[in-house]
Structures are given as structure tokens and as C-alpha cells.
Write a protein that binds this ligand. Structure first.
Ligand code: GDP
Length: 179
């Protein structure tokens, strides 16, 4: 989809009154703080620093909108679930699908869902495969390994999103994969 390379910043909203008027379909990026949402947006748009990334979790506190021509918008949401906790506890968070993630997925209802298993470069091939299988067995959604650092999964996710946007998929989740 050509529009992925035509991205431009549209708006940053810190309160409801600042939200831009409704426009084309939106692809929203939701997830825990620091999982790589802004980096994923930059990778998908082939831009180095359009979306603001940070080494310090919990920095993005506005809802940031990026316009893809007339076709779509990408929306970077503030992350959830960040708390200052000691390192050993934090290590467990690498576990995919925390209770907050599952709550979000349930809350989304039948909004089409693409789950990016981000920072896949931090896992070995075997760990990647195991994580993909595990997450795929737990939720009904498209699930892809993703790394902004190595660009793993970038083209595939672009293709998937472009297909959904072009088909004007409405509000239906993609069909379950029968796992
Ligand atoms: P956000 O809070 O979810 O938007 O996360 P950011 O995109 O700001 O990224 C948080 C941190 O993770 C930054 O230090 C990024 O450089 C790092 N990061 C993001 N994506 C990747 C990735 O694919 N691989 C690795 N190793 N680090 C990443």
C-alpha cells in the first residue's frame, strides 16, 4: 500500500476536546508501556522518528494521530501497565499476554486485531516459535512476530493492514485460525 510511505503527523490529543474530527479508518496501537509501539509505527511507516520513542517507559501521554494520505490513520495510544518495580519482577513482564493485555483484548470485542509479538530479536528462533504457538493458542487474532530493530514482520504486517483497510473490513474480527 503506497500510503504507508505518505505518513504525516496529524494531531496529539491530551484530552477529548483535542481529538481530530473523525476521518478515515484508524489503526490504533495499544499495549504496555515500552513494548515498542512507537518504534513499530516508525518501522511500518519507514520513518526514523515520526512517532516519538523513548527509553523511559510511560512518557507518551497524548494520543498521537498519523495520517496516511486519505486512506487511513495510525493512532499511537499511551501505554498501560508501567510501574517502577525492581528488576527481578520486571523480567517476568517479557512474558507475553499479561492480565492487562487479556483484559484489553476482551474489551476490544470484535474489533479486528493484529497482535505483534514485539522485540522478537531478543528471542532465539526456538523461543520465537514457541511464543507464537502459545499466543496463537490463547487468543483469537492474527498474531505475528515483529521486530522494529531487524524489521522482522514489517512487510507482512503492512500487507495485512493494507488488506484490511482496502477491504473496508468493518467491525468483524478476522476468522479464527482453528487453533
Ligand atoms: P512504546 O512505549 O511502546 O511506544 O515503546 P518505544 O517504541 O518507545 O520503545 C521502547 C524502547 O524499546 C526503546 O528503547 C526502543 O529502542 C526499544 N525497542 C523498540 N522496538 C524494539 C525492537 O524491535 N527490538 C529491540 N531490541 N528494542 C526495541
Amino acid at each position: 500500500m503506497k500510503t504507508f510511505s505518505q505518513a504525516a503527523f496529524l494531531a496529539a490529543a491530551g484530552r477529548a476536546a483535542d481529538l481530530p474530527p473523525q476521518g478515515p479508518p484508524e489503526v490504533a496501537f495499544a499495549g504496555r508501556s515500552n513494548v515498542g509501539k512507537s518504534s513499530a509505527i516508525n518501522a511500518l511507516l519507514d520513518r526514523k522518528r515520526l512517532a516519538y520513542t523513548s527509553k523511559r517507559p510511560g512518557r507518551t501521554q497524548t494520543i498521537n494521530f498519523y495520517q496516511l494520505g486519505e486512506a487511513a490513520r495510525l493512532v499511537d495510544l499511551p501505554g498501560y501497565g508501567y510501574a517502577r518495580v525492581p528488576q527481578p519482577l520486571r523480567a517476568q513482564w517479557r512474558h507475553p499476554l499479561t492480565p492487562l493485555d487479556l483484559q484489553l483484548i476482551e474489551w476490544l470485542g470484535d474489533v479486528p486485531l493484529l497482535v505483534l509479538l514485539s522485540k522478537a530479536d531478543k528471542l532465539t528462533r526456538a523461543q520465537q516459535a514457541a511464543t507464537l504457538t502459545k499466543v496463537g493458542s490463547l487468543i483469537q487474532a492474527e498474531v505475528r512476530l515483529f521486530s522494529s530493530a531487524t524489521r522482522q514482520g514489517v512487510d507482512e504486517c503492512r500487507g495485512l493492514l493494507a488488506g484490511w483497510l482496502q477491504a473496508g473490513r468493518g467491525n468483524k474480527r478476522p476468522p479464527a485460525k482453528g487453533i
